[in-house]
Design a protein around this ligand. Structure first.
Ligand SMILES: NC(=O)c1ccc[n+]([C@@H]2O[C@H](COP(=O)([O-])OP(=O)(O)OC[C@H]3O[C@@H](n4cnc5c(N)ncnc54)[C@H](OP(=O)(O)O)[C@@H]3O)[C@@H](O)[C@H]2O)c1
Length: 308
């Protein structure tokens, strides 16, 4: 039995409630994990509010918040290979099983062991922000030294994209609110305030012939504003707005595999990727963390730490 934060109907934050749940039994391709840390992501509130019912409309209530966690394996399903009881892991939860929870079920194919030196509060950010950043950069594959624009550099995904891109030798320019300037410059990116009246002129000065790659994490009007800055339409990929295809760009292709998780974990333990966790919360205050993310302007990457 463990405490969880979930909901019994779709709705706004007021449908969230704490309750106790018996430890679930893993299906053949799942592992039961004692959660040490869980990442807080925009998808958590989108699932709760019923905005993405194609993902969780079929899942019985109560559903539990959270998509990603790091922790220790307590039990493995019959068909699971490469993971064993006692392993420290990070991975994606079964939809609705949630990770704002003492224990949960992770999908074995989307779960990887983590190095001993990697703290769970970092590892918990690998599945969503970490591997999304990896996937989008692999998809765009800009050449060494090329200019990359990150629209929304202050967020969990944008910040990880910027760090990985710098590590790959790219020139990184990113947009954010003034509060995100230090986060961006700390990783060697050029920062441009998206509220600047001359935003487009400023961005063009850094890539007069266009950006070889544009990663959008914001979507909507903001995506449409920066889209023309890509050298060609297929140099534009959005991680959050599928309507990017109307502009000739592509939506991120997600792999959700074990090897992507391992690659990001390796970047972290070798000092090439700091997930820049700006705040950790006890489970009892998980709702506060999610409210900040739901505002669209979280101060950075937020993580629930079960040890608090
Ligand atoms: N496809 C996938 O598998 C996948 C995976 C992860 C995330 N996503 C999606 O990607 C999006 C971003 O996720 P995230 O985890 O990075 O979110 P996040 O950590 O909450 O960050 C969102 C960021 O957007 C910035 N922002 C808001 N309006 C902006 C604007 N007009 N211009 C530039 N920046 C702006 C905010 O910065 P300021 O405070 O500076 O405004 C904030 O830092 C979400 O839509 C999420 O659902 C998709």
């Amino acid at each position: 039995m463990s405490a969880v934060l979930g909901y019994r109907s779709f709705g706004a934050a007021d449908v969230q409630e704490f309750f106790d749940r018996p430890d679930p039994s893993p299906g053949p391709a799942e592992v039961l994990v004692r959660v040490a840390a869980a990442g807080v992501n925009p998808l958590d509130h989108l699932l709760r509010s019923g905005h993405v019912r194609e993902l969780n409309g079929h899942v019985p209530f109560p559903q539990v918040l959270g998509m990603e966690a790091a922790g220790t394996v307590l039990a493995v399903g019959d068909e699971v290979t490469g993971l064993a009881v006692g392993d420290r892991v990070t991975g994606f939860a079964l939809t609705g099983a949630g990770t704002y929870a003492g224990t949960t079920l992770l999908l074995a194919a989307s779960t990887a062991r983590i190095p001993d030196a990697l703290p769970e509060t970092w590892a918990a950010t690998i599945p969503v922000s970490g591997t999304t950043a990896l996937d989008v950069l692999d998809q765009l594959a800009p050449p060494d030294g090329a200019a990359l624009l990150v629209n929304g550099i202050g967020g969990g995904v944008g910040s990880a994209v910027a760090r990985m891109a710098r590590d790959r030798g790219l020139v990184v320019v990113g947009t954010g609110s003034a509060a995100k300037r230090d986060r961006a410059t700390a990783v060697g990116a050029i920062f441009v305030d998206y509220a600047a009246a001359d935003l487009m002129d400023r961005l063009r000065t850094y890539a007069p012939d266009g950006f070889a790659a544009v990663v959008d994490t914001v979507g909507g009007t903001s995506l449409r504003t920066v889209a023309p800055l890509a050298t060609t339409p297929d140099a534009l990929v959005s991680v959050g707005d599928p309507s990017v295809t109307e502009l000739g760009g592509a939506f991120v292709r997600r792999r959700l595999d074990r090897s992507g998780l391992e690659r990001v974990a390796d970047l972290m333990v070798t000092g090439r990727l700091d997930p820049a966790v700006t705040a950790t919360y006890p489970l009892a205050r998980a709702g506060e963390a999610l409210a900040l993310v739901e505002s669209g302007h979280a101060p950075g990457k937020l993580v629930i730490d079960m040890a608090l």
